[in-house]
Design a protein around this ligand. Structure first.
Ligand code: COA
Length: 309
């Protein structure tokens, strides 16, 4: 099968910084509690999916040295679109000046990894350049009076350009998409409502599905957990990441994290953490990199890739 690899990566976050101290002014909570239970110090809020998504997409295209007009497909993962329809991807397409198919997908916080998986399949089928955008503006669906959810979420976007690698050993090695609909009520948001969740149970199930999805993609690629140089997990809670890394037997230092300053940005969290890891040397050419996301649904997705163009 023809492989796909990431040739460009770009990110964007909401402009306003909301610290734990800011939240503690209006909620019965504290910086200490939030940091200890989640690892989050602050989150970024503001912007629409179109604004954030287009900003990240432009940066990804620039890094990939790809013109928007040369894109074959735009996939936008979001569970917080600006409108019921049209899709955010249609507006991003117009904003970029692209001339290709475009659609949104909703797999909640697993959506970016779902997008990579679908994008890869299109490259295998003959497309040359696919843009995958992960963007969410959860702050618009957060009840800022609810201390059990308001502490967790933020707004952001990340985008990648997928294309066939110039070195055949680079790119996506294996992918997995899962869904456990029986857990759909653990984390939900109704039309006109706010995010509601059973935090403890989400935590428990998240660790389990992260580990099982990770083991699946490792087995499919014929790799063992210690072969993984970097794990880019969904950025929901540092304790979820710690538990999953421990169960996988991968040192915590290999996990890319950005949640300390972004909170949980849903579809954007994996590309945001990936970008941070590339910048700080946590991901290097030739590394085996494991992406693993989970979220409402309960959805889960993992992808294993050999980093590089
Ligand atoms: N500040 C202070 N106290 C808080 C609080 C806050 N922001 N939120 C809850 N509490 C209180 C609770 O009321 C509870 O008090 P009680 O013991 O008197 O009943 C106590 O702290 C412990 O609450 P609990 O819910 O058991 O805490 P926890 O350790 O499970 O942490 C979460 C709560 C939400 C941080 C944690 O469960 C979590 O992150 N779950 C996963 C959620 C998630 O990732 N969702 C998105 C998935 S994509």
């Amino acid at each position: 099968m023809r492989r796909a690899t990431i040739t460009g990566l770009g990110t964007a976050v909401g402009r306003e910084v909301v610290t734990n101290h800011d939240l503690a002014r209006t909620l019965d909570t504290s910086d200490e509690w939030i940091v200890e239970r989640t690892g989050i110090h602050e989150r970024r809020v503001g912007g629409t999916c179109l604004e954030l998504g287009a900003e990240a997409a432009r940066l990804a295209l620039e890094q990939a040295e790809t013109e928007a007009a040369d894109l074959d497909l735009i996939i936008c993962s979001t569970c917080t679109p600006d409108q019921v329809f049209p899709a955010v991807s249609n507006r991003i397409q117009d904003e970029l000046g692209a001339n290709c198919g475009a659609f949104d997908l909703n797999a909640a916080c697993s959506g970016f990894t779902y997008g990579i998986t679908i994008g890869q399949a299109q490259i295998a089928a003959g497309m040359e350049r696919v843009l995958v955008v992960g963007v969410d503006t959860l702050s618009r669906f957060t009840d800022w009076q609810d201390r059990t959810t308001a502490i967790l979420f933020g707004d952001g976007a990340g985008a990648v350009v997928l294309a066939p690698p110039s070195r055949p050993d680079r790119g996506l090695l294996s992918t997995y998409m899962g869904s456990e609909g029986r857990y759909a009520d653990l984390l939900a948001c109704d039309f006109g409502g706010y995010i509601r969740m059973d935090g403890k149970e989400v935590f428990r199930q998240a660790v389990r599905v992260m580990v099982s999805a990770s083991l699946k993609v490792l087995a499919d690629a014929g790799l063992d957990a210690p072969d993984v140089a970097a794990v880019v997990p969904h950025q929901a809670n540092i304790r979820i990441i710690e538990s999953a890394m421990k169960r996988l037997g991968i040192p915590l230092e290999r996990a890319a994290t950005v949640l300390q300053s972004t909170g949980n940005t849903s579809s954007a969290s994996i590309p945001l953490a990936m970008d941070a890891a590339v910048s700080n040397g946590g991901i290097r050419d030739g590394d085996a990199v494991l992406l693993v996301g989970f979220g409402a649904g309960m959805s889960v997705a993992a992808a294993l890739l050999r980093w590089g163009k």
